[in-house]
Design a protein around this ligand. Structure first.
Ligand SMILES: Nc1ncnc2c1ncn2[C@@H]1O[C@H](COP(=O)(O)OP(=O)(O)OP(=O)(O)O)[C@@H](O)[C@H]1O
Length: 576
């Protein structure tokens, strides 16, 4: 947790202000019982009204000052805690942004959400507590004991005798409760996972009438989380009543001893009243500390979970000495004997793949479901690093090109079209922030998106809902294509990106693409033969291996796998 607290360096002055204000608050609070003692012994006992008014006025001022310092300290500590949360959330988020796709598999998305929200909140809460209690509790405790001892050392024994009981109670409760904190956070992770799945998959759940089943699944996770949280809170709830019990018994003992000490003339009534107050201040200091002893382990569980994210080293790193890919004269893509296996998988998903895709040409990749087409496409922007062989872009190994430079060359249209909340224009401009309105319109024309955009009341300013729910699959695909094209990429990768388009729209789109990407290296992953029949070269993948490469006619006579795909899709006339 200290590691995270180091991030607070820019706020050291605010922290110093909190500590100073809390110090003043504690000093003022410690002074009050002494004044009260004087008021009783000198003012009330002697009936000296002017003394009572004078001391009472000073007490009022001191109490007012203490309240002022307390409010100010609370204000600054809340400010520091909020700033701390913001810093860590930003750090976690930007670190997660650099995760390879394997990083997301390792720490699941739902857990990343809990860690970025709830876990950070836990650490934030303990920070607020620490800032206030760290100074207040020791001062009240030590100051209280010193004044109590100087008032009456004998009576202080009562306080000293009760301390081991308090310490033992804290230790016992902490021992029982602390291991449960980790469990609570993990169960919250699981609850978030189910909730996320259910909310994103609500259409499937409804269409398959799985609402009751999912409700049950959610309730089970929710109950499991609630039970553990209740269990841990029950343990923690015992702490305060025990503390109060010890405190009240101590006060009874002090009053009892105090009355004996007053009768024997050792102390006065005012001293006893002040002593009771100091005893209360000492015990409250301990109660505050005990709360911290409970909250710190809980927050350190959360801090460890945050650190785990921050310590996850991105598997995909930029080269130490980068080749300047921008200076490469062209952007041909070359696979040299490439083999890749997903982490933990038994077999490679693609093996010994070699081919070269040239600028100005269309290279298509076709194959059965699960043949490894999308995997192959995702290796070019270096979403994963390969196990063997090399992938070259413009003659340079992708591992030697900074990821930013590499990806700037690529217009990638993923298999699953993803839109972000905002407007249509925002979504297309994701590809190129500085694109002009004309470029926006032109790209939408090529992507065959202009028709449906112009039918919307607000045109390019129409709102895209979260994940693009208010657009059809085909519309989403066309907007994703426009997003890729607007950056005028040197390499265009279409991963099964025409699957939701009807034949006529697809044909028009491909015709538009021909001009737009005339100088680019185009790679098209497709399921439909009609999409790639006129490609300059077609790579046929079969269970991760290359079963053939060539033009349509060539493959029709040489590649059995291709013939099978074609005959399963096209009618006699189309194949001729
Ligand atoms: N992130 C992943 N982790 C582990 N295995 C994966 C991952 N993604 C894909 N796979 C596996 O790799 C294999 C190839 O998947 P890929 O998506 O590349 O196939 P594809 O040819 O594009 O299939 P489709 O045409 O159905 O989209 C599949 O067996 C799949 O289970």
């Amino acid at each position: 947790m200290m590691r995270l607290f180091r991030l607070l360096k820019p706020h050291r002055f605010s922290i110093a202000a909190v500590l100073a204000l809390t110090f003043l608050q504690a000093m003022f609070q410690l002074f009050l019982p002494t004044l009260m003692s004087a008021m009783v012994d000198k003012g009330i006992v002697n009936g000296d009204i002017s003394y009572i008014i004078k001391v009472g006025g000073v007490m009022l001022l001191i109490a007012g000052g203490s309240v002022f310092y307390s409010i100010s300290a609370n204000f600054y500590s809340a400010k520091v805690a909020m700033a701390f949360g913001k810093i860590i959330r930003g750090k976690v988020f930007s670190h997660v942004e650099n995760f390879s796709l394997q990083g997301f598999d390792k720490i699941r998305t739902s857990s990343l959400i809990t860690r970025t929200t709830n876990d950070i909140m836990q650490v934030q809460q303990v920070l607020t507590m620490m800032l206030r209690i760290m100074i207040l509790a020791p001062m009240m405790f030590i100051g209280g004991i010193i004044i109590a001892l100087s008032t009456d050392a004998m009576m202080s024994l009562v306080i000293i005798a009760s301390l081991p009981i308090i310490v033992a109670t804290i230790a016992l409760i902490a021992k029982k409760g602390i291991p449960l904190f980790k469990e609570v956070q993990e169960k919250l992770d699981r609850l978030n996972l189910v909730l996320r799945e259910e909310l994103t998959g609500v259409r499937v759940i409804r269409s398959f009438n799985r609402i009751e089943h999912e409700k049950k699944r959610f309730n089970e996770k929710s109950l499991d989380f609630a039970n553990t949280a209740i269990h841990v809170n029950k343990i923690m709830a015992v702490l305060t009543p025990i503390m109060m019990l010890v405190l009240n018994f101590s006060i009874i003992a002090i009053i009892w001893f105090g009355s004996i000490r007053i009768s024997s003339g050792h102390i006065q009534v005012g001293d006893l009243m002040a002593f009771i107050q100091y005893a209360m201040q000492i015990m409250f200091a301990l109660i505050m500390s005990s709360m911290m002893f409970v909250a710190i382990p809980r927050a350190s569980v959360s801090a460890n979970r945050i650190n785990e994210v921050l310590d996850t080293v991105p598997d995909i790193k930029d080269p130490v000495q980068a080749s300047n890919a921008d200076r490469t004269p062209n952007s041909h893509v070359e696979f040299q004997d490439v083999t890749f296996r997903y982490p933990g998988a038994e077999k490679p998903v693609i093996s010994n793949i070699s081919f070269r895709a040239n600028p100005g040409e269309v290279t298509a990749i076709i194959g059965g479901t699960g043949a490894g087409k999308s995997t192959l496409a995702s290796l070019i922007p270096r979403f994963y690093d390969i196990d063997r062989g090399s992938i070259l872009v413009g003659g340079i190994d992708v591992r030697d090109i900074p990821q930013k430079d590499l990806r700037a060359k690529i217009g990638f249209v993923p298999q699953k079209a993803t839109l972000f909340s905002g407007t249509i224009a925002d979504n297309i401009r994701c590809g190129n922030q500085s694109a002009s309105d004309e470029a926006l319109k032109n790209t939408a024309d090529i992507a065959q998106a202009s028709d449906f955009i112009s039918q919307l009341k607000d045109g390019f300013d129409s709102i895209v809902a979260q994940r693009g729910y208010n657009f059809s699959g085909g519309q989403k695909q066309r907007l994703s294509i426009a997003r890729a094209l607007i950056r005028k990429p040197e390499i265009c990768i279409f991963d099964d990106s025409f699957s939701a388009l009807d034949n006529k729209t697809e044909a028009m789109l491909r015709a538009g693409l021909r001009n737009e990407t005339a100088n680019a290296t185009v790679l098209i992953v497709a399921q439909r033969v009609s999409t790639i029949m006129d490609a300059d070269q077609i790579i046929v993948l079969d269970k991760g291996k290359m079963a053939g490469i060539g033009r349509h006619q060539e493959l029709m006579s040489t590649c059995e796998v291709y013939q099978e795909i074609v005959s399963s899709q096209l009618s006699e006339e189309e194949t001729a």
